[in-house]
Design a protein around this ligand. Sequence first.
Ligand code: NAD
Length: 290
Amino acid sequence: MKIGFIGLGNMGGPMAANLVKAGHDVTGFDVAAPCPEGVAPATSAAEAAQGRDVVITMLPNGEILRSVASEIIPAMDKGAAFLDCSTVDVESARDVAEQAARAGILALDAPVSGGVGGAQAGTLTFMAGGTDEGFAKVEPLFEVMGQKAVHCGASGAGQAAKICNNMILGVTMIATCEAFALADKLGLDRQKMFDVVSTSSGYSWTMNAYCPAPGVGPKSPADNGYKPGFASELMLKDLRLSQQAAEAVGSDTPMGQAAAALYEQFVENEGGRGTDFSAMLPRFEKRKRG
Ligand code: NAD
């Protein structure tokens, strides 16, 4: 396929490189990052989008997505697909999809889970919102860049799935970390805590697969000085998006709200920026009950 790829950062760069490796013809554009080997550089987003079967965006936020979308939609052919893989607010995803649909373009929001490692290895999970026709058109590309793609529903459904998942993840990580810190103070050995919880009703992905305690459970960023992994500021971004969405639809999400406030405090005031989101554990270790 002829593909345009806009946003070649930590995630977009390796995703575009995998498309080239699979034999696709990829033209790329980024305001700062260089094109990976084999991606033909364009001088603007519109140029990268012109005459392409599919245009993929992997951008920092909804505002930038809106501005890039307004540049590329008029440049794209009717019947082409616009696949946004960024994590953005549900409203921006829906607005951009509407704008694309008016121009006869198939729009999909398909945020990913799996991080930079998943982008490099081509093992991302895509959660997609859009029409059946749009999903079918880009499905072969999901197979190259990822290992699983779920069609979640109409436009915005992919973003909705992503922020609901990550709200659970943020809340669960905090609960796992505060429980470890409490266990420490109660004199309970961390390995014993893991042995019990990982096979009891408190088990979770954050305990069993991504344990925040170093030297306990499978290898995780905790074993690498809390180097991300999934950075605390990215968790904060997703928690904020979940609260923005909850506010828009009037949904009561007290745990999500508390998690957003805690990660905000951690990232903005407590040196959490640049650490893995599991570094909540050393944070709790240092604190006393307030
Ligand atoms: P990044 O900052 O490394 O990459 C974003 C790229 O977009 C940058 O290279 C930047 O120069 C480029 N860009 C910004 N404005 C632009 C414009 N107007 N035109 C063209 N290019 C522009 O970020 P990332 O880590 O690659 O994340 C991209 C998206 O993926 C974000 O929405 C993020 O939330 C999401 N995401 C990231 C991870 C992760 O672990 N990094 C995991 C899942 C989802």
